[in-house]
Write a protein that binds this ligand. Sequence first.
Ligand SMILES: Nc1ncnc2c1ncn2[C@@H]1O[C@H](COP(=O)(O)OP(=O)(O)OP(=O)(O)O)[C@@H](O)[C@H]1O
Length: 225
Amino acid sequence: MQVKIQNLSKTYKEKQVLQDISFDIKSGTVCGLLGVNGAGKSTLMKILFGLISADTGKIFFDGQEKTNNQLGALIEAPAIYMNLSAFDNLKTKALLFGISDKRIHETLEVIGLAETGKKRAGKFSLGMKQRLGIGMAILTEPQFLILDEPTNGLDPDGIAELLNLILKLKAKGVTILISSHQLHEISKVASQIIILNKGKIRYDHANNKEDDIEQLFFKIVHGGM
Ligand SMILES: Nc1ncnc2c1ncn2[C@@H]1O[C@H](COP(=O)(O)OP(=O)(O)OP(=O)(O)O)[C@@H](O)[C@H]1O
């Protein structure tokens, strides 16, 4: 799914959090959204997912202003039941959407939790919980997936497993927007990099793996670009 964002702005009380944001994400690509705390990343993602509305601006999904529930998101902590297994967590959503057990098992395979059996999510590592959160988001096979800092707090193995999952979803044709503070890690999976600073887009380019993304980031954030 191709995503086009046009002139989005958002103000909370007196504070302008997003200022005239426009960018496109090509279908089936991973777009990395970078920015320091408070840059406006979560606000932008919440607007894209429809959790809050923008003051001005438009969003087009494959050229349409509305989607037919083709969006999935993991924003803030994953909404999972700690006393239920991975399967039963997915089942709670499957029941609401009329999704088969076959699809639940497929999803468990994709997120690498097929072998967790009756183990309760409360006993999972942080990385497993994050992957289960992504499982909840992709159960309905969304064409556009929004991931807000999914690597936060994960150890290197957890990050590697999560990035691997992102590449698997990309290979299935899902368009992904991912925000993160792990600049180097994100540049491994993203084909496009966007840097948001003080509510404005300061950088929007194809990810050239040769570029030193950390140096670029600090130049933009601290150099006032
Ligand atoms: N509901 C709200 N009411 C008032 N101000 C808000 C609200 N939500 C966010 N803000 C403010 O908007 C600005 C951007 O916040 P946002 O969470 O979008 O940034 P972020 O880039 O996601 O930061 P982080 O990396 O810390 O999650 C911050 O100054 C924040 O305090």
